[in-house]
Design a protein around this ligand. Structure first.
Ligand code: AHR
Length: 625
């Protein structure tokens, strides 16, 4: 085949095509991007879904001991209280009662412990309150053998909560990856403790309450055009009550002093502090030169079918309007002032806003138009992103698109995780999408793996995105980060522990495309030699002849709680049009279930006016869905 590229004539602009997506999954925030080194710093961990967690999670009794360095058999009692907290937003705190000198607690950090770098300074802080007599507390960074890397002494002398800070400097040439932070009473007595925090002085761009430098540098090096945040399912899976511990992700809970940001259930099965919140996300976007692209819940939780009544959508729509003001308003506006007070008087410059994540069904399509109308009216320049899930069976994907067209969405978010064959077979997925439609925001996609063949298949697929910028506006791989010791989902783009980071092959593919994003598409033609063309036409003819027959039903064995996704493609040979959807068979009882397309035309799987078609099904087993 011969390719001819016309470098003289520009076609469609590439825009912000390739970007990144951050979700707090796999401990991507706490124990990851967020540089806080103390796990469960405010004693707010809650059993959530899996009963593993509790308010003293990651804390243990500890006694400094001259002979053994330190011992866990400490002469201390530890009590979690809630009756007079520093703030009601995070009501738990710890009372340490030391029965002998040098008894207290230690925090285990994340992974193997706290990673300390020789020569680095660590900003330590905590809140203390005395009970009766003042008590001197020693805070020390302590090794497994009891070696003390750095320490300070603080005297809890106030009956009200008081914040203490100290800088702990590690000697040059002394590094470790498994330290703990101990807090012990120097004399017998009781003291109350809350918000124990430790940050390296060198965060990314040295921001206070900042982010891990090595991880951010991996992102910066990609040159992403945008960053989608803060999730995924994380955004819309939760209660409607914003004060519930397992509420949906409400951005207003994530700004202001960290002490006032309520800890919450992270839907990926762990606890989340919200120390990394919307201000920090905007700051990160600015620092890496990417457009911020927040996703807000659409007052609908598709996981549990929780829906805000249509006449009570006001506060949810206000959340969207206020977010735009928080990002773009000047200091004379209510929310712009809050941003300025946090340290960023200049607007961040928000141009995109997504409502909903991977949505299916009426719960979303009924609510989205209210958001859309209100935002368009007040902020006509914001590019609004709707949502439709190609995984959805029964015509829901098409209905999502119809609704997005009707509303006049700028973009529509669709997600899929597929195998490499699918990626390669679907390089042309967007060839027939119309430029007059909302553009596609491929807000999450990946092939199932971190092997070289995954990188290759994704690269092939991305050429199809580049080629179709008339229809595809934005695309980002998912998920971005995984802490190797807390994996909820794989594959992931970037892997790390408490001191190291590496990019997968998928990361380098993404980087390659991002670092070489042109400004425009160029025209090209492909000339096929006659012999190849004849062979291809013959092969296509054969497929056509064997078409129209569906050999079914196709029977699959599905176990309880499992399911099989079918990727179904129907190709109309008269028009070249493709009709794609996903169907799913779920095992609610252990039994054989069938997916059948015998009545495909009657049930609308195949459009009524199609006679000359091929139907292809591929099955992919997916656990727990
Ligand atoms: O990327 C992981 C998850 O996949 C996202 O949270 C969700 O949107 C999708 O189902």
């Amino acid at each position: 085949q011969t390719f001819q590229i016309n470098t003289k004539e520009k076609r469609e602009a590439t825009g912000d095509l390739f970007g990144i997506f951050f979700e707090d999954i796999n401990h991507a925030a706490d124990g990851g991007l967020y540089a806080e080194l103390i796990q469960n710093r405010a004693f707010e961990f809650d059993p959530i879904d899996n009963k593993k967690y509790h308010a003293l999670y990651a804390w243990m009794p500890c006694q400094l001991d001259e002979k053994n360095g330190q011992t866990d058999a400490a002469d201390v009692s530890l009590t979690i209280l809630t009756d007079s907290p520093y703030t009601k937003k995070n009501p738990h705190y710890l009372r340490i009662t030391a029965n002998s000198a040098a008894a207290g607690v230690k925090n285990l950090g994340f992974n193997s412990g706290i990673a300390l770098e020789g020569g680095e300074t660590y900003h330590f802080s905590c809140y203390l309150r005395k009970i009766d007599e003042p008590v001197t507390v020693k805070a020390c960074l302590i090794g497994k053998e009891g070696q003390i890397y750095a320490s300070c002494e603080l005297t809890a002398d106030a009956s009200d909560w008081k914040k203490y800070t100290a800088d702990l400097k590690i000697a040059e040439g002394t590094s470790c990856t498994d330290a703990n932070l101990a807090l012990v009473c120097m004399t017998p007595g009781s003291v109350e403790v809350d918000f124990v925090s430790l940050f390296p002085a060198h965060t990314y761009k040295n921001r206070p309450n900042g982010l891990r430098k090595d991880l951010c540098e991996m992102l910066e090096a990609m040159h992403p055009k945008f960053i989608r945040f803060p999730g995924g399912c994380l955004v819309h899976d939760g209660q409607l009550d914003e004060n519930a511990r397992d509420s949906m992700y409400r951005w207003k809970n994530t700004i202001g002093p960290v002490e006032e940001r309520p800890a919450r259930r992270n839907n990926w099965g762990y606890n989340q502090t919200l120390g990394l919140g919307y201000y920090e996300y905007f700051q990160l976007a600015e620092d890496i030169g990417a457009e911020p692209l927040p996703v807000l819940p659409a007052a609908y939780d598709p996981h549990h079918q929780r829906k805000v009544p249509l006449d009570e959508l006001g506060p949810w729509i206000d959340d969207a309007l206020d977010l735009i003001e928080f990002a773009n308003g000047d200091e004379t506006t209510v929310w712009g002032k809050k941003r300025a007070d946090m340290g960023h008087p200049k607007p961040f410059g928000l141009h995109y806003l997504a409502i909903g994540n991977e949505e299916v069904g009426e719960g979303f399509t009924e609510r989205y138009p209210y958001f859309h109308k209100a935002i368009r009216e007040k902020y006509p320049d914001i590019k609004l992103i709707g949502s439709a899930s190609p995984f959805a069976a029964g015509g829901e994907y098409e209905r999502g698109w119809a609704s997005a067209r009707e509303c006049g969405c700028d973009l529509i978010d669709e997600h899929y995780y597929m195998n490499t064959d699918w990626m390669i077979a679907n390089v042309d997925r967007y060839d027939n999408f119309l430029s007059s439609d909302p553009k596609v925001f491929l807000g999450e996609y990946a092939s199932w793996g971190n092997q070289w063949e995954n990188g290759l298949a994704e690269a092939a697929f991305m050429t199809g995105l580049e080629k179709n910028v008339h229809a595809v506006g934005l695309a980002c791989y998912a998920p971005m980060f995984a802490n190797v010791d807390y994996v909820n989902w794989r594959p992931d783009m970037i892997w790390f522990d408490n001191h190291q980071v590496y990019g997968s092959v998928n990361y380098y593919v993404q980087s390659m495309f991002m670092r070489h994003q042109g400004t425009h598409r160029l025209d090209f033609t492909v000339t096929e030699p006659e012999l190849e063309q004849t062979a291809r036409l013959l092969a296509e003819q054969k497929i056509r002849e064997s078409a129209k027959t569906i050999s079914g039903p196709i029977r699959v064995l599905v176990n309880e709680g499992q399911g099989v996704f079918f990727e179904v493609t129907v190709k109309n040979h008269d028009t070249g049009k493709l009709h794609r959807f996903t169907d799913c068979v779920c095992g609610t009882e252990s039994e054989n279930r069938a997916a059948s397309y015998e009545n495909a035309v009657e049930t609308g799987v195949i459009p009524k006016d199609w006679t000359n078609y091929t139907l292809t099904m591929k099955a992919k087993e997916t656990e727990g869905k």
